[in-house]
Design a protein around this ligand. Structure first.
Ligand code: PBG
Length: 328
């Protein structure tokens, strides 16, 4: 008797690289990727970030080069973070037309034109001496509504400097509406908003806080960022931001919230972005440096998982490298 079992053999479609490529359900394209970049005021040379091997705090000049390389590799967008030389209680440098991010945005929009989408993170934590994402009350809490006025002013300053997209990341209630109104009244109706709609209070931002020099000087961000156990709340945040005028919604971090990315993807009809944050990057780099995992395969596996979960856009510190390898 000939063996009848098993007739159905999924392994047939896995046999060769060509077969696997033909049936692949998920793809990562350079144009889906957004590269986060840090620019620091008052440094003469780019500074390496110890907890993020391969990532730099840039000078204005080295930033231009990194941005150009990303555009040349076909990366879809950049997101800029600034580190001012002087910080204060209200984050004055954030909306100063002569502030570091505004200067850098002018450089980049002049250099790059429309070859890549120029986004700026819109928050106060890199600019405040206390490291929180907003203005504080006398008792040391983040004052939601007073902070909205600051965000509105930052949005207009970034728009005047040539940004295509602003990305509010502070998790204040009403931030998208406040920014949309300010942009429209300022004559910047074309500037889009990529809202960090779903941003969890995460341990995986640790290395970023070294990079952006923005660790809170007291307390943490749990009173404004989302609580990790909650996923229904994420949908509520997304719907609120869309009501307020968000054009793109983001989930952050990515890897520990793949289920949330999928829920958001299924709930709305706008582009969904996911931020593969600093800790996700550093975890892979650290394990690879020890020889414990295959770095390149691990990077692609994380990116594919984020796309498979439903993200259209991925913010990743590996954007340029991955874009190059996909084109090679
Ligand atoms: C706040 C902001 C943070 C990140 C992006 N925007 C830090 C925070 O909320 O503490 C984290 C990004 C990363 O970890 O890569 N401006």
């Amino acid at each position: 008797m000939t063996a009848q079992f098993p007739v159905v053999r999924p392994r047939r479609l896995r046999r060769t690289p060509a077969l696997r490529r033909l049936v692949a359900e998920t793809h990562v394209h350079p144009s889906d990727l957004v590269l986060p970049l840090f620019v620091k005021e008052g440094i003469a040379e780019p500074q390496p970030i110890a907890s993020m091997p391969g990532v730099m705090q840039h000078t204005r000049e080295s930033l231009r080069k990194a941005a150009y390389e990303a555009a040349e590799a076909g990366v879809g967008g950049l997101i800029l973070f600034g580190i001012p030389a002087v910080k204060d209680g209200r984050g004055s440098a954030a909306d100063d037309p002569a502030g570091i991010v505004q200067k850098a945005l002018r450089d980049l929009s002049g250099d790059l034109g429309d070859s890549i989408v120029i986004t700026a993170d819109l928050c106060l934590d890199e600019y405040t001496d206390h490291g929180h994402c907003g203005i504080l009350t006398s008792s040391g809490e983040v004052d939601n509504d007073a902070t909205l006025e600051r965000y509105a002013s930052i949005a207009v300053a970034q728009a005047a400097a040539g940004v295509d997209v602003v990305a509010p990341s502070g998790m204040m209630d009403g931030q998208v509406a406040a920014i949309r109104t300010a942009l429209d009244e300022g004559g910047y109706g074309n500037v889009a908003i990529m809202a960090y709609a779903v941003k969890y209070a995460s341990a995986f931002y640790g290395p970023f806080r070294d990079a952006a020099e923005c660790a809170p000087q007291f307390g943490d961000r749990s009173a404004y960022q989302q609580d990790p156990p909650n996923a229904e709340e994420a949908i509520r945040e997304v719907l609120l931001d869309l009501d307020e005028g968000a054009d793109v919604v983001m989930v952050k971090p990515a890897l520990t919230y793949l289920d949330v990315i999928r829920r958001v993807r299924d709930a709305v009809h706008v582009p969904v972005a996911a931020y593969q944050v600093s800790g996700e990057y550093s975890m892979v780099e650290a394990a690879a440096a020890q020889g414990w995992i295959d770095r390149d395969r691990a990077i692609m596996e994380t990116l594919v998982s984020i796309r498979r979960a439903g993200a259209d856009i991925i913010l990743t510190y590996w954007a340029t490298e991955v874009a190059r390898s996909l084109r090679a």
